[in-house]
Every structure is written in C-alpha cells, then in structure tokens.
Design a protein around this ligand. Structure first.
Ligand code: TRP
Length: 455
C-alpha cells in the first residue's frame, strides 16, 4: 500500500472497517440509545432514528470518508487542503471542539463502566433487589470522588493507546474486541427475551405510537443518529485519512452503519424487556442501563449464580472496551489536529488533550453530585455538554459536510474517492450526490427549524 505522504495506514481493509465500527459502536449504542428511546416514547423514535441513518447518516459517512482519505489530514487540515483560505475550515474547527467536548462527558460514563466491572468482580451485583441496584447506582454516581477517579483512569488508558499510534493501538484493539462484544450481546438478547414481561418491552420498542411524535423526538432521533455513527465532527474523516487506496468507501460505510444499528437495536432488546419485567421506568435517563442490566443477569440465571457472575464480568469488560474504541477515536481527532496544525509533537499533543478533557470531565462528573444544582440553560453540566454537541454541533457539522461535498468539492474528487479512481462500479452515484446536495441538508435544516417552533 503506497502513501501519498508519510502518514501511517491501517494495515488491511477489515482493519479499516473494524476501526471505524469500533469508533461508532460504543456507549452511544448500548447506554445512550436505550435511554433516549425511553425518554422519547419508544418505537416511533426508533423509526425516525432509522430514517435519519439512511438519509443523513450513511451519505454523510461516505462524504466524511471521501474528505479524509482524499486529503490525508486531520479534520481541520483536510478543509485547508480541499478549500484553501475559505470559511469551510470552520467545519474542521467546530469538529475538533465538539470532539473535545464529547470526550469530556463520555469519559465520565466510560468511567462508570469500570466501576461496574469492579463491582461485578467483587460479586456485588448479585443477590439484590431492583431497588437496591438503583440505590447502588445513585450512591455511586453522586459520590464526588469515585466516578471522577474512574474517569481519570479511563482517560489515561485512552492516552496510552493514542501514543502507541494508529496501527498498533487502534486497529489491533478493535479487531479483537468488536467480535467478542457482538457475541456476548447476542447471549444477553436471549437472556432478556426469557424474562417474564419481555413482551411489554418489545411492544414499547417495536410498536410505534405516533401520537408521541413532537419536535423534540425528531431532534433527539437525529442527534442520536449522528452520535451513534460518530458523524459530524470529522472523526470518521480522520480515520479515513489512514485508509488504504483500495478501501471501498461505500461498502465500508454500509457495513459500519449496519453493525452500529444492529448493536443499538439489540441493546434495546436487552434493556426494555428487563426494565418492564422489574418495573424500571423506561425514561429513567442516563442511569437506565446501569440500574436495569444487573437485574438481567440475576433473573435470567437465577439457578446458575456462577454463570451470572462470569457473564456479568465479561459484559462490563466488553462495554468498557466498546467505550474505549470510541474514546480513542475522539482523542485521535483532537490529537491529530493539535499535532498537525499546531505543530506540537504527537506525544505532547496527546498530553494536552488528555489534561484538557480530564479538567472538563471532572466538572461533568461532579454534575451528578455536588454540582447538581449548577445549571446552564436549565441543564446540568453533563446534560448541557451532551445536548449542545449531539443536538446542535453534530447535525450542524453534518449539514455543512453534506453541503461542502455536494456543492463545493469538485465532483471528480468525490467520484474518484467513491469509485477508487474508476475501479469500482457506483450505480447510485447520481442519487448519492442528489442526497448530499438537497435531501440531507434540507432534512437537517427542517428538524432544526421545527425544534425552534417556527412551523
Ligand atoms: N459513536 C460513539 C458511540 O456511539 C461515540 C463517538 C465516537 C462519537 N466518536 C464520535 C460521537 C464522534 C460523535 C462524533 O459511543
């Protein structure tokens, strides 16, 4: 594989898919998707989410891939290269900022997964009532120190992989973790479906009640689609800058979208039957996964405590690993930017990013406890960071990426990237450009306008 400059490449095509899927699959699917679905009333939200994946997610992912692989640069550098001295570079800067902000609150939840791994190993997640599991989570998340320390541990782990470099660190770890996670999720789906009130959960998930649709549901579904697919901030474009020349961008994007969506839906199929079976309200918010899941193991394996013990440890480890491949990808966006644009050596760039994220992460972590009363626009620091990024910055970034690729970027470049210089047949190319030019930007714009109540 030849390089147009001295940047490293992923070693194989499957490596490119797995690294991108590793970025996409994470807490967004397993933690955020179920609770957003719960908050927004279930199946109707999921339907909108799927539409967003198709008309915005997939096309914009291919656009990010094209931009990244063509320019072979970090996200800000890529717009500099493709549209020198233009305002389009703003997409890159906004993306880097969004990556930094998301990593800061995301690492808090990633830290929670370490606490739960620890609790599972210490055998504290057995022999408890649903209420006791809820108390366990509340006590932990409100504590000023424990969640903060786990967050710092998680950031340091991410830091280590980032300084080990793209190929050894990112690709290898994704290759092993992703398939394992997939298998364990399948096992848990089976467990959850065997619970007494599984049917109620499935009804909630799959039988749409359109009376529940309102502007917030639209915005929530769009935000979730961008968040889950790692889109809108140049994360996948940064990864694509490490793709080889023969990577099929369309196929890779489709694989990533399918894997990501399947994991999210399966997470829903694990959480809701369990939540309904033990009487946890589906709109419990960020705590939903952590107060529901321990019940699944306990109830499904009531007669086999050892199996429950082993599987729960495995699950929390894999959840932490799924979060890990995602934090790595966000860290990489910001580190590659600081390294290449500010000309700071890579290792030192990584230190700045880690320290910055830990600082903001501390505030996000404390917002569940001591800082709970501190509100920005009525939201806690954590919720504010989440909403600002997923519901404003990512869709806005996606809209601009779509417009940039559809209108500004030379069509020949787009064609070259998608067809690998004419080697691949791309029957839907015209449709693709049409979606980028009109469908995706207008759809995103309408959802924004709708949310502002202007209809
Ligand atoms: N998609 C990841 C998840 O679902 C989170 C993530 C990683 C992300 N990189 C991103 C979200 C870039 C938005 C943009 O857990």
């Amino acid at each position: 594989m030849s390089n147009s400059n001295d940047r490293v490449n992923f070693g194989s095509r499957i490596g490119a898919i797995l690294a991108s899927a590793g970025s996409a699959v994470g807490l967004g699917n397993i933690w955020r998707f179920p609770y957003e679905t719960g908050n927004h009333g279930g199946a109707a939200f999921i339907l909108l989410y799927l539409v967003c994946i198709l008309v915005m997610g997939l096309p914009i992912m291919i656009a990010e891939f094209s931009i990244g692989r063509h320019s072979r640069a970090n996200t800000a550098g890529s717009y500099k290269a493709l549209a020198p001295k233009s305002a389009w570079q703003g997409i890159g800067y906004m993306g880097v900022l969004a990556g930094f902000l998301i990593l800061s609150f995301y690492s808090v939840v990633a830290g929670w997964t370490l606490e739960y791994t620890w609790q599972a190993v210490a055998n504290n997640l057995t022999d408890k009532t649903p209420d006791e599991f809820a108390t366990l989570f509340t006590t932990f998340s409100q504590d000023p120190w424990r969640p903060m320390l786990w967050m710092v541990v998680f950031m340091i782990m991410t830091h280590v992989i980032i300084i080990m470099g793209v190929k050894k660190g990112i690709e290898q770890s994704s290759k092993i973790m992703m398939p394992m996670l997939f298998v364990l999720i399948l096992v848990l789906v089976g467990c959850s479906l065997s619970l007494p009130d599984a049917e109620k959960g499935l009804t909630f998930l799959f039988k749409p009640d359109f009376s529940k649709l309102n502007p917030d549901v639209f915005l929530g579904a769009m935000g979730q689609a961008f968040f889950s697919l790692s889109l809108g901030l140049g994360c996948l474009s940064t990864y694509a800058s490490y793709f080889g020349k023969d990577t099929n961008l369309g196929k890779t994007a489709a694989s990533v979208a399918v894997i990501d969506t399947m994991v999210a839906i399966m997470a829903g199929v694990i959480i809701f039957p369990a939540a309904f079976s033990v009487g946890i309200s589906p709109d419990a918010g960020p705590s939903l996964l952590f107060i529901t899941l321990p019940n699944v193991f306990q109830m499904a394996f009531a007669d086999m405590p050892l199996l429950a013990y082993v599987l729960s440890i495995m699950f929390y480890i894999l959840l932490a690993l799924a979060a890990f491949t995602s934090t790595i990808s966000m860290h990489e966006v910001v580190t590659a930017f600081v390294n290449e644009e500010w000309k700071v050596p890579r290792k030192r760039a990584a230190v700045y990013v880690t320290l910055g994220c830990i600082t903001l992460g501390v505030l996000a972590s404390l917002s569940f406890g001591p800082l709970n009363d501190f509100k920005i626009l009525g939201l806690s620091i954590f919720d504010f960071l989440d909403s600002l990024t997923s519901k404003v910055m990512l869709p806005l970034g996606g809209m601009l990426i779509s417009i940039f690729t559809g209108w500004k970027l030379e069509q020949r470049i787009v064609w070259d990237e998608i067809s690998n210089g004419g080697k691949l047949k791309v029957p839907l190319f015209k449709l693709y450009v049409f979606i980028l030019k009109y469908v995706a930007p207008i759809a995103i714009g309408l959802i924004f306008v709708n949310e502002l109540g202007l209809f």
